[in-house]
Design a protein around this ligand. Sequence first.
Ligand code: 9Z3
Length: 320
Amino acid sequence: MSENLFIHPENYFTQNTPPENLSDIIRNTSDFIAENAKHGIPIVLVTSGGTTVPLENNTVRFVDNFSAGTRGAISAEFFLKSGYSVIFLHRKHSLQPFNRKYATPELGFLDFFTTNSSGSISVKEQYQKSMSSDISLFNNAILQKRLYMPSFISLSDYLFSLREITKLLGKLGSKACFYLAAAVSDFFIPNDQMSEHKIQSSEGELFLKMSQVPKFLKPLVKSWAPRSFVISFKLETDESLLEEKARKSLEKYGHQAVIANMLHTRKFVVWIILNDNIQKPEEIHLTQAQIDQSFEIEDLIIQRIVQLHNSFINSEKSRI
Ligand code: 9Z3
C-alpha cells in the first residue's frame, strides 16, 4: 500500500466531520461518570456493532460489515450483573442489552404479544417471566444511571465519540475498563476524496480506492486512557493467523489483553491472550450441554475479565 494512504490518528480528527450530537455525548458521559464515581461504581465502556464507511458525502451507499452487536449487547448485561455501570457505544439499530431478546431472527417483537376479544394487549404466557425480569433489569439500569447507550452509524461518528468518551473515562485510571468489541472498519474514503453527491451509474464501472484507517488503539492506550484496563478484540477467518495477530497487537499497543475469536465459531469459543508474553492463550469455550441450554459464552468471558480487572486494580494499588 502506498505511503500517502496512511493518516496519523490525530490528523483524522482535523480531516473529518464530528457527529452532530457529539457535545450531547460529552455532556451525558461526564454526568454519567460523575454519578457513578460518586458511589464508587466501576465503569466499563463496551463498544458494539459494526461501523459503516460512506461512499458519498450525501450518503446513499456505504460499506458495512457482518457484526450484529450480539457480543457487545450480551457482555453489557453481564457487566451490569457483575456490578459495573456500562457506557454502551453501539451501532444504531444493532442489538441492545435486554432488548436484544425481543427481536430475533425467529421471533419478531409482535410475536411476544396477544390480544383478547376486547382488543387489550398482553404478553404471551410463556414469555411473561423472562420479559418481566428483563424489563425491570433494563429500566432499573437506565433509571439508576448505570447504563448509558450512545450510538454511532459511520466510522467517523464512532471514532469521534470513542475519543471523547475514552478521554473522560480514562481519568478514572485503573478503575476504568475498556471492552472494545465493535467491528471497526479497516479502510475508508477520506472526506476530501469522497464524492459529494450520489455516484452515478451512468459513469460506468465503480473503482474504489480506500485509505487505511489509522490505528486508534495506539493513542487510546498511550494518551487517552494511559492508566486504564483495556481489552481489544481480534477477529480472523484464518485460525493460523489469530494468535500471532493478537500478540502483535499487544506488543504494538501495550494494552492488557486481546480476546481472539474466529468469525464462524465466535459464539462458542474465544481465547484470552494476556500481555505477559509467557502464558498460553486461555481458551474459553461452551460445552455441547451448555450450547443445548442456550448458555451464553459472554457469561464466562465477563467473569474472567472482571477477575483480571480486579487484579489490575490491586496491582496498581500495590505499586503506589
Ligand atoms: C470482535 O471480534 C467481536 O467479537 C465480533 C462480535 C465483532 C466478532 P457480533 O457483533 O460479533 O456478536 O456479531 N470484535 C472486534 C473486531 C475488530 O474489528 N477487530 C479489529 C481487528 O480484528 C481490531 S480492533 O483487526
